[in-house]
Write a protein that binds this ligand. Structure first.
Ligand code: SP5
Ligand code: ZN
Length: 350
């Protein structure tokens, strides 16, 4: 399967994430790119570097306010006084103008970037450093180039996207995600002539961003298997089984939350169910949000899936026979990360 990557995706390195008020080491690190790149190269997949791609498809996915904020935030932050503060060389939001704050009052843009960040960021873990915009935009280029390969006749392609994307909403960033690479791939497939596309998300976490982008649409389905947010897991507030779409999109969202410790059998039953659903709904192409953080060794989830499980997931989704753009999402255990990705790609085939 052809692989698309970009060296600019290594440049996002905010060093920390702020979790429960403490700066902890980030898990979504640049080394993820190189360990996956080495593994796919050794497994014999042809590797291409993504060329810069136009903005039109990205503009269908995200509000211009989010895109402009992300493109300019680090430069605004660099103008101070934050650079003089220890450990504040990246944008850390502190004020969140949630509906509880504004309570019906009109919200104006905030003059201070440390406040304005909270208009778009919905957690404190997803920081913006000096290479963040370039990396996030390059990840979108990878998704677009991978979609182009499929539209050009490849049965499948793999976009080595970093930072990941499935938690990025139309106007919000969080969960280590800034721009929604999988949603961009889905829109590119739609623009390329596929009337109905399914995004199937096997990352350990519910892809609330992708779900939100397509929630009221019938032309892009969203199906996800993930650890039950009701058991205390990110994204906490959404991802329940009774969220099935709205308006024209009623029935076009399918969430399968799993208990902690689910293991291969329950997880693969859910993955197979999503594959059957996409086929039965008449989709002509897939986007696979390939998070490998459901794996047993991963520090960010309790789902206990094996590498054989990931291979079997590839067999199930590749077995639909639908052309597919596979987009990298989460997966944080560096020693096993590359092997999990190649297990999936080998199962998927071509
Ligand atoms: C794309 C993706 O997999 N995003 C993961 C978002 C979930 N992150 C939640 C992190 C919860 C706190 N983890 C503690 C780690 C301390 N370094
Ligand atoms: Zn995840």
């Amino acid at each position: 399967m052809p692989v698309v990557w970009s060296p600019a995706t290594r440049g996002h390195d905010p060093q920390h994430e702020v979790w429960v008020g403490v700066a902890t080491s980030g898990t979504e690190v640049p080394a993820r790119v190189d360990t996956i790149l080495t593994a796919v190269t050794e497994a014999g997949h042809p590797v291409h570097e993504a060329a810069p791609q136009p903005d039109d498809v990205l503009a269908r996915v995200h509000d211009p306010g989010l895109v402009t904020f992300l493109a300019e935030a680090h430069e605004r932050w660099s103008q101070g006084p934050y650079a003089e503060l220890v450990g504040q060389r990246r944008v850390v939001p502190y004020f969140f103008p949630t509906p509880a704050m504004s309570a019906g009052l009109p919200l104006r843009p905030a003059a201070a970037v440390h406040a304005e960040a909270g208009r778009f960021a919905y957690d404190t873990m997803t920081l913006v450093g000096d290479g963040t915009w370039e990396a996030a935009r390059a990840a979108v280029d990878c998704a677009l180039a991978a979609a182009d390969l499929v539209l050009g006749g490849e049965r499948a392609s793999y976009a080595l996207c970093r930072p990941p994307g499935h938690h990025a909403t139309p106007a919000g960033y969080g969960g280590s995600c800034y721009l929604n690479n999988a949603a961009v791939a889905a829109e590119a497939l739609r623009a390329g002539g596929h009337d109905r596309v399914a995004v199937l998300d096997v990352d350990a976490h519910h892809g609330n961003g992708t779900a939100a982008i397509f929630y009221d649409r019938a032309d892009v389905l969203y199906g996800s298997v993930h650890v039950d947010p009701g058991a205390g897991w990110f994204p906490h507030f959404v991802g329940y089984a009774d969220e099935t779409g709205a308006g024209a999109g009623v029935g076009a969202t399918r969430n399968v939350p799993l208990p902690e410790g689910a293991g291969d059998d329950l997880w693969l039953e859910a993955v197979g169910g999503l594959a059957d659903w996409a086929t039965a709904q008449g989709c002509s192409a897939l986007v696979v949000s390939l998070g490998v953080d459901a794996a047993a060794d991963d520090p960010e989830s309790p789902l206990e899936v094996t590498a054989e499980g990931y291979r079997a997931a590839g067999v199930a989704l590749g077995g639909t026979g639908l052309p597919a753009v596979v987009v990298q999402e989460g997966g944080y255990h560096l020693p096993t990360l590359g092997g999990l990705v190649t297990a999936y790609l080998g199962g998927h085939g071509e």
